[in-house]
Design a protein around this ligand. Structure first.
Ligand code: ADP
Ligand code: S3P
Ligand code: MG
Length: 166
């Protein structure tokens, strides 16, 4: 069985839903952002500030590759993982990839002015442009899309459980 990967924009609930889904399935939960932080011993904002986004993206691809051969895991990815074609191919071929589809308005309500997400530190217009640009990349990379708008974390988990055949 392939590892399960959750993808979607910042604030779609990948980390929170991933943790709850892994409990439900009795799988190990891993978050690519947390793995990168422990490997580099730097926080996400420090990584972006000190080494830049390209360095972070290299780490992200390495991490995704390492996870692709693991069994009985649920992974939460970072919202920008689909920016690289190499990652999109890995998500399509090596994972059961689930897109947590969430409207921009819900995202804004959920994450507000969180300073721990470097790419959220821009104008509302730029945030919306990044959101719009990524939607097609999420769709291409996933074999299942689950809408999270108006659903609690547990309801999203239940929807995923209904749609996956394990
Ligand atoms: N379905 C949901 N409904 C309401 N709030 C949610 C939902 N999913 C996640 N959240 C909240 O949104 C915020 C961002 O969630 P998080 O799991 O960190 O998203 P991501 O990892 O996709 O960036 C957290 O405060 C979380 O509790
Ligand atoms: O959208 C992005 O490019 C990013 C999303 C973040 O993860 P979350 O989606 O969990 O916030 C984290 O990987 C980094 O700040 C970059
Ligand atoms: Mg997250």
């Amino acid at each position: 069985m392939k590892p399960i990967a959750l993808i979607g924009f910042m604030g779609s609930g990948k980390t929170t839903v991933g943790q709850a889904l892994s409990n439900e399935l009795n799988h190990t939960f891993l978050d690519t952002d947390r793995l990168i932080e422990s490997h580099t011993k730097k926080s996400i904002p420090q990584l972006f500030e000190t080494y830049g986004e390209a360095f972070f993206r290299e780490q992200e691809t390495e991490t995704l590759k390492n996870l692709s051969s693991k069994h009985l895991i649920v992974i939460a990815t970072g919202g920008g993982i689909v920016e690289r074609e190499e990652n999109r191919l890995l998500l399509q071929e090596e994972f059961l990839t689930i897109f947590l589809e969430t409207q921009f308005e819900s995202i804004v309500k959920r994450i507000g002015e969180d300073s721990s997400r470097p790419l959220w530190q821009q104008s509302l217009k730029e945030r919306q442009l990044m959101f719009d640009k990524r939607q097609e990349l999420y769709r291409q990379s996933a074999s299942l899309s689950i809408s999270t708008d108006g659903r609690s974390v547990q309801e999203v988990v239940q929807q995923i459980m209904l749609h996956i055949n394990l």
